[in-house]
Write a protein that binds this ligand. Structure first.
Ligand SMILES: [Zn+2]
Length: 334
């Protein structure tokens, strides 16, 4: 049984495995330019951000109906549960679907079909976080928030993702202010490929409570000090960082130094179908390659629950933390 954990940085569209992509393509009469699942799996072995994004958006064409989104989320939740995930805060990218003519209600209600049954079916509690694409305009983000208004009872917070460089957080000040006024929690990708100043800006201008990635904070000692002091969680994605070349190899990952610095780090899978592993695969990789002790792995698991948006259910958070404390590592685990 894997270490119990929360997953806080997970794009649901990034969980689309080749088998499900083909099944949905067949169901919807969508032609995929790949001979079979093996050929598609080969395409998943891209080497850089742009080829990843091209494939990521290309494959979204198979997601058309509520049932498609439900099947996608249900497949993720089953895999996550098998990897010890007890709570998942799931990102989705509505603009990528609205642009294809798929309505907000189709996306949210479809995901909810799976999320609403997740505890009963998989033993995984969930939250939904709606992300804005930062390479789209500020006006588009505002229109997206407006389109989401009828579904806000399903949505816990907002985030910011896609290509970071050249799209600083300040561009989204207005939509984050509007989201805050609606009572939504706020997170943002920052400091993955963008500079540490983007992390500072996300905190100061967008009021984010959690930073997604954030690993380049290590270039700014004053920022590290602030993140430690204010206990701002960082949602790191080690295998993703390797695939997208944020680090050269996993052995070069700053996670051990970040933990030593006192940062509240968590380990997550980002787009696991594409990046070579789900939540516990990331834990196993950092345990093995970075030589993290069992105490460190337990700390990462504790952090994931401390950083999760469970303020409306503190009893649950306490139960999860007790599970982490009681966990006994098997001999085969790092
Ligand atoms: Zn991400």
């Amino acid at each position: 049984m894997p270490l119990p954990k929360a997953e806080l940085h997970l794009h649901i569209e990034g969980t689309l495995e080749p088998e499900l992509a083909f099944a949905l393509a067949a169901r919807n009469g969508v032609e995929l330019p790949y001979a079979d699942t093996e050929a598609l799996r080969e395409a998943y072995r891209f080497e850089d951000l742009q080829s990843f994004l091209n494939l990521y958006y290309e494959l979204m064409a198979v997601l058309r109906t509520e049932q498609d989104f439900a099947d996608l989320a249900d497949a993720y939740l089953a895999r996550a549960a098998a990897q010890g995930v007890r709570h998942a805060e799931i990102f989705f990218d509505p603009q990528a679907h609205l642009a294809r003519g798929v309505a907000m209600g189709t996306v949210v209600e479809g995901l909810w079909r799976a999320l609403g049954r997740s505890e009963e079916r998989h033993g995984v509690s969930t939250r939904l976080i709606m992300c804005f694409l930062r390479d789209e305009s500020a006006e588009s983000a505002l229109a997206t928030l407006e389109a989401a208004r009828p579904y806000l009872d399903r949505i816990t917070g907002v985030g910011l993702d896609s290509a970071e460089v050249g799209h600083p957080p300040v561009k989204f000040r207005e939509v984050y202010d509007a989201a805050a006024a609606l009572g939504l929690r706020r997170v943002a990708h920052a400091g993955e490929e963008g500079p540490p100043e983007y992390v500072t800006e996300a905190l100061d201008v967008l009021g984010v409570e959690r930073v997604d990635h954030g690993l380049r904070c290590m270039e700014d000692p004053a920022l590290v000090e602030r993140l430690v002091r204010d206990r701002v969680p960082l949602t790191l994605c080690p295998l993703s960082n390797v695939r997208l070349r944020a680090v050269d190899t996993l052995a070069d990952h700053p996670l051990p130094a970040m933990l030593d610095a006192g940062l509240l780090c968590t380990v997550n899978s980002d787009d696991p179908a594409y990046f070579g592993g789900y939540a516990d695969d990331n834990f196993a990789a950092v345990g093995t390659v970075l030589g993290l002790s069992r105490d460190r792995l337990r700390e990462l698991a504790r952090n994931s629950f401390l950083a999760s948006f469970l303020e409306d259910d503190e009893d649950r958070r306490a139960r999860y933390l007790a599970e982490v404390d009681a966990y006994e590592f098997g001999d085969t685990v790092a």
